[in-house]
Design a protein around this ligand. Structure first.
Ligand SMILES: [Zn+2]
Length: 422
C-alpha cells in the first residue's frame, strides 16, 4: 500500500490536490477545529474534576474532625467506666465487710442466746428449790436455819438479793440480745442498700460499655469512609493527570496538523507516513496496524462468564518478549504505572479528521520505550507484552476509543474492522 500513498501524493503534486494522504482537504481543515473543541471540552472536564477534588478534600477534613470528636467522647466514656468500676470494687469490698460483720453479729447473738438459755434453766432450778426440798442449796433451809429474827431478816435479804441479781443478769442479757438483733437488722439493711447500689453501678457500666461499642462502630465507619474518600481522591488525581496530559498532546496534534496543512499548501509531500518498522511485527499500510502479534484471547464486549464488559481486546503471548507497537501515528499522553492497567501507554491520534485514543496495558516492568508528549509513528515499538497490574498471565490489553479517553471509558469502541487482523 505504500505505493498507492506515493501515487496519491504524486496526484496531489500535479494539482489534483483534493486528497492528501487519503484524507479529504475539507476534513483536514475541520480537524483543527475538532481538536480545539476536544481541547476546550477537556478543559471543562478538568475544572469539573478540580471541583470534585475540592469537595472530596472537604469531605476528608470533615471525616477527620468527626473522628477526633468521637475519640474525645470515647475517652470521656472510658474515664466514666474507670471510675464506675472503681466504685463497684470499693462497694463490693464494703459488702464483704458487712457480710462478715453480720456473721459475727449472728455468732454473738447465738452465744448470748445460749447464755440466756442456760441462765433460764438455772433460774428454773432455783425456783424449784424454793418449793421442793432436797436441793443442794435450799433457800428455805437457809431461812429456817436463822438463829434470831435479825439473822432471819439478813438471810431473807440475802436470798432476795441473790434472786434480784439473777433477774438483773437475765434482763441484761435479754437487753444485750435485743441490741445485737437491732444492730443485725441495721447492718442487713445497709447490706441491701449496698447491693442495690452495686447493681445500679453495674447497670450504668453496662450502658457505658454499650455507648463505647457504638462509638467504636462509628469510628470504624468514619475510618472506612475516609479510606474510600482517599481512594476517590486518588482516582480524581489520576483523571486530572490524564486530562492534563491529553490536553497538551492535543495541543501538539493541533501544531502538527497546522504544519501539515502548511506543507500541503506548498504542494510538498511532507508527511511521509513511513513507519519505523519492527522486526517481528508486520505493519499494515492503512491508518492503523495490529498493536502486537499473538492470538486474540478475549474479544471486546460482554463476557458471560463473569458478567463484565471487556473494554478492549486481549492478545496472548507468543514469546516472553513480544513487542508492542503504536497502532497509529500519534502523541503519547500517558506513559505510567497504573494499579489496574499496570505499565501502561496511552496515545492520542488524529485519523482522517477523527480523534482516536489507544491504550496498551500490562507491559513488562521497565519496558516502556516512550514518554509523555512524545510523537510516535504507527508500528513504532512502545513496549513489551507483560502481566503488570491486574492481569492473569502475559497478555496485551488493548483499548480503542473514538474520541478522547474518559475515566468512564464512554468513547470505547470495538476495534474489529478498524484494527487490521482481528
Ligand atoms: Zn483485557
Amino acid at each position: 500500500m505504500r505505493k498507492s500513498v506515493k501515487l496519491l501524493a504524486a496526484a496531489a503534486a500535479v494539482g489534483l490536490g483534493t486528497f492528501f494522504g487519503g484524507i479529504p482537504l475539507q476534513s483536514q481543515a475541520e480537524s483543527i477545529s475538532n481538536l480545539k473543541k476536544e481541547q476546550s471540552n477537556i478543559q471543562e472536564k478538568r475544572s469539573g474534576v478540580q471541583s470534585n477534588l475540592n469537595d472530596v478534600q472537604g469531605q476528608i477534613n470533615d471525616l477527620k474532625n468527626q473522628q477526633t470528636n468521637v475519640k474525645t467522647e470515647m475517652q470521656r466514656i472510658d474515664l466514666a467506666i474507670g471510675s464506675t468500676t472503681k466504685e463497684i470494687e470499693t462497694k463490693t469490698a464494703k459488702i464483704n465487710e458487712t457480710k462478715a460483720e453480720i456473721s459475727k453479729l449472728q455468732d454473738e447473738i447465738k452465744v448470748i442466746s445460749e447464755r440466756i438459755e442456760k441462765r433460764n434453766l438455772l433460774l428454773k432450778d432455783r425456783i424449784r428449790n424454793y418449793q421442793v426440798t432436797g436441793g443442794a442449796v435450799n433457800y428455805l433451809d437457809v431461812l429456817m436455819g436463822a438463829t434470831s429474827f435479825s439473822d432471819f431478816i439478813d438471810r431473807a435479804n440475802a436470798v432476795a438479793t441473790i434472786m434480784q441479781a439473777d433477774q438483773d443478769i437475765l434482763k441484761q442479757q435479754e437487753a444485750d440480745k435485743k441490741t445485737l438483733e437491732e444492730k443485725e437488722a441495721q447492718v442487713e439493711k445497709d447490706l441491701a442498700d449496698l447491693e442495690k447500689l452495686v447493681a445500679d453501678l453495674e447497670k450504668m457500666n453496662q450502658q457505658l460499655a454499650e455507648q463505647r461499642a457504638e462509638k467504636d462502630r462509628l469510628l470504624g465507619d468514619l475510618v472506612e469512609q475516609e479510606g474510600e474518600a482517599h481512594e476517590y481522591k486518588m482516582e480524581l488525581q489520576e483523571q486530572e493527570q490524564a486530562l492534563a496530559a491529553q490536553e497538551s498532546a492535543i495541543q501538539k496534534l493541533i501544531k502538527q496538523e497546522q504544519e501539515r496543512q502548511k506543507q500541503q499548501q506548498q504542494q510538498q509531500s511532507a508527511s511521509s507516513s513511513k513507519s519505523s518498522s519492527n522486526a517481528s511485527i508486520s505493519v499494515s499500510s492503512g491508518a492503523f496496524t495490529r498493536p502486537t502479534n499473538g492470538p486474540v484471547t478475549s474479544g471486546y464486549g460482554y463476557r458471560t462468564y463473569n458478567n463484565e464488559f471487556h473494554n478492549g481486546v486481549d492478545f496472548g503471548r507468543v514469546t516472553n518478549s513480544d513487542p508492542i507497537v503504536a497502532a497509529a501515528d500519534g502523541i503519547v499522553f500517558r506513559s505510567y504505572l497504573s494499579s489496574s492497567y499496570g505499565e501502561c501507554v496511552m496515545i492520542t491520534s488524529m485519523v482522517n479528521g477523527q480523534l482516536y485514543t489507544t491504550v496498551y496495558a500490562h507491559m513488562v516492568s521497565g519496558s516502556r520505550l516512550v514518554s509523555e508528549g512524545q510523537t510516535v509513528k504507527k508500528g513504532q515499538q512502545i513496549g513489551i507484552k507483560g502481566e503488570t497490574g491486574q492481569a492473569d498471565g502475559i497478555h496485551l490489553h488493548f483499548e480503542l476509543h473514538k474520541g478522547k479517553w474518559e475515566a468512564d471509558k464512554r468513547n470505547k469502541i470495538n476495534p474489529v474492522g478498524i484494527i487490521p487482523g482481528l
